[in-house]
Design a protein around this ligand. Structure first.
Ligand code: ZN
Length: 445
C-alpha cells in the first residue's frame, strides 16, 4: 500500500473525518478466523458468481456483534454480524443475505453514497467507515449523516441505511442471482421473516438490520411473490452445507459456554466438525490434553485441511507451547501458503518462541496479504520493537489505531513515526497520511 493509493480516496477521507468529528469513538470489532472466513467464502462463491462478481474480489468478513446486521462500506467486502450467522438456520438463508448485499454492491448503492470512493483502501478510510457503520448500527448515526449528506440528510435515517427503493431493487436482483446460480431463493423470505414486526418497534429495540434495510409489509409481500414466481426448489449443495455447518459450529464453540458445546457434540452434522468444536470447548476450559486429542482426531479425518492445523497451532500457542505451535503453524502454511491469517498465526508463534527475525518476515508477509488484520499489526509492532526498529513499530501501531477508528491515538503514533523514519520513504508517507487525517479531525472538534 503506497501513499499514492490514498489520493483517490481523499473524498471519503474528508467525509470520514467529518463523521469521526461528529461521532463518539466506537470501534467495530472484526472477528478474523482463517477457518470461518474460508467457510463463508465457500458459501458465498456461487452467489457472488451468480451476481457477476468475482469471489476473489469480494470477501465476507464477520463483525463480532450479537445483534443482527449485514452491511457494506466498500465494494470489496460484505460485513456480517456474528449474531446473524448464529441466528440463520440454513446455508440458503446465509446465501440470501449475501445475495442481497451483493446486489447493493452491483447496483452501486454504496458507491453513490460515498462519492468517488471505490474501495476503503487505507486503514484510516476503512477505520472511519467502520466507525460510521458502528454508529449506524447503534442508531446514533443521524448527527453524522446530517453533516455528511447536508440537505439530503432529512430524507434518510442515517449514513448506512438503504432507501426503500434501493431495498426493492436489491431484493429483485438478489432473487435473480439466486435463481441464476441454481440456488434456493426461499431463504430470502425466511430471512425477512426473522425481522417481521420489528419495523413497529422503537429504534433501540430493533435489530440494526431493520434500520439499515427498511422492511415493510409491501416489501415482504413483493419478495414472497418473486420467490413464488422463481419456483426453484434447488437441493442445497452438500459442500456448501458442510462449510455453513462448520462456520456455525466454530463460532458457537468460541462464543457460547464450553458446556453448551460439549452437550451438543452428538448432534453435530459430521464427526470432524464435532471433534473441532470439542477441541475449542476443551481448550477454553484449559484442558490441553483433551483439546489436543480432539483436534488430532479431526486432523486424522481431514489430513490436508490447513484450518484444523491452524486451530491446533492456536491451541498450543494459547497454552504457552510456542515451539510446538511454530511447527504446527508451519504445516498449516505448507497446506495454504497464501493464507494471511495462517501466516499471522505462524508469525505470532515465532514471536512467542523468541524467533524475532523470522517473525518479522512472516508478519510482514501477512500484512502484505491482508492489511486489515489488527492482530497482525499488533504482533508486527512487537516484532519491530524487539528488533530495535521503533520507527516502524510506531508506524504499524498508527495503522492499527487508524483501522479501529481511533484517529487521535493513531495521530500520536504517526507523529512519533515521522520523527524516526527516513523522510519520504513509503512507511514515512503512510504515517504522514494518518498524521494529516488526525490533524484535520482535531480541527473539526
Ligand atoms: Zn438492503
Amino acid at each position: 500500500m503506497s501513499a499514492a493509493v490514498a489520493r483517490p480516496f481523499a473524498a471519503l477521507l474528508l467525509v470520514a473525518t467529518l463523521l469521526v468529528a461528529a461521532l463518539p469513538a466506537r470501534a467495530v470489532t472484526l472477528l478474523r478466523d482463517a477457518d470461518i472466513e474460508h467457510a463463508l467464502a465457500m458459501v458465498a462463491a456461487p452467489v457472488l458468481r451468480g451476481a457477476g462478481l468475482s469471489p476473489s474480489q469480494v470477501e465476507v468478513v464477520l463483525v463480532k456483534d450479537d445483534s443482527l446486521n449485514a452491511f457494506i462500506v466498500d465494494p470489496g467486502t460484505i460485513y456480517i454480524h456474528s449474531g446473524l450467522v448464529m441466528k440463520l438456520e440454513t446455508s440458503s438463508q446465509l446465501q440470501a443475505v449475501i445475495a442481497h448485499e451483493a446486489a447493493h454492491i452491483t447496483n452501486g448503492h454504496i458507491v453513490r453514497r460515498l462519492g468517488n470512493m471505490r474501495n476503503a483502501r487505507t486503514a484510516t478510510a476503512l477505520g472511519m467507515a467502520l466507525a460510521a457503520a458502528a454508529g449506524a448500527s447503534t442508531g446514533s448515526g443521524d448527527a453524522a449523516a446530517a453533516i455528511l449528506l447536508g440537505s439530503q440528510a432529512s430524507a434518510m435515517n442515517n449514513f448506512m441505511s438503504h432507501t426503500r427503493a434501493e431495498e426493492s431493487a436489491a431484493d429483485i436482483s438478489s432473487i435473480r442471482t439466486m435463481v441464476n446460480a441454481g440456488l434456493d431463493p426461499r431463504g430470502a423470505v425466511e430471512v425477512q421473516e426473522l425481522f417481521r414486526g420489528q419495523e413497529l418497534l422503537s429504534a433501540p429495540r430493533q435489530d440494526p438490520y431493520v434500520r439499515t434495510h427498511p422492511l415493510t409489509r409491501d416489501r415482504l409481500r413483493a419478495l414472497q411473490g418473486l420467490v413464488a414466481a422463481a419456483g426453484a426448489r434447488a437441493v442445497p449443495d452438500p459442500e456448501t452445507e458442510y462449510w455453513f455447518a462448520r462456520a456455525r459450529a466454530k463460532l458457537a464453540a468460541f462464543l457460547r459456554a464450553p458446556n453448551w458445546t460439549l452437550r451438543r457434540l452428538e448432534r453435530m452434522p459430521s464427526k470432524d466438525i464435532a471433534l473441532m468444536a470439542e477441541a475449542v470447548a476443551q481448550h477454553r476450559q484449559s484442558d490441553l490434553k483433551r483439546a489436543l486429542r480432539a483436534i488430532d482426531g479431526a486432523i486424522a479425518l481431514r489430513p490436508s485441511d490447513p484450518f484444523l492445523r491452524d486451530l491446533k497451532g492456536q491451541i498450543l500457542l494459547e497454552s504457552r507451547q510456542a515451539g510446538p505451535a511454530v511447527q504446527v503453524y508451519a504445516q498449516a502454511r505448507q497446506l495454504a501458503p497464501r493464507n494471511a491469517q495462517i501466516l499471522g498465526g505462524l508469525g505470532r508463534a515465532q514471536l512467542a518462541a523468541g524467533q524475532y527475525g523470522a517473525a518479522l518476515g512472516t508478519l510482514e508477509e501477512a500484512r502484505d496479504r491482508d492489511w486489515r488484520d489488527g492482530r497482525v499489526l499488533r504482533d508486527l509492532a512487537v516484532a519491530y520493537a524487539k528488533t530495535g526498529n521503533t520507527g516502524m513499530a510506531s508506524e504499524v501501531t498508527a495503522q492499527r489505531y487508524a483501522l479501529q477508528g481511533r484517529l487521535h491515538d493513531a495521530g500520536i503514533h504517526a507523529n512519533r513515526a515521522l520523527g524516526l523514519l527516513p523522510r519520504g520513504s513509503a512507511p514515512y508517507r503512510r504515517a504522514q497520511d494518518i498524521a494529516d487525517a488526525a490533524a484535520r479531525a482535531e480541527k473539526k472538534r
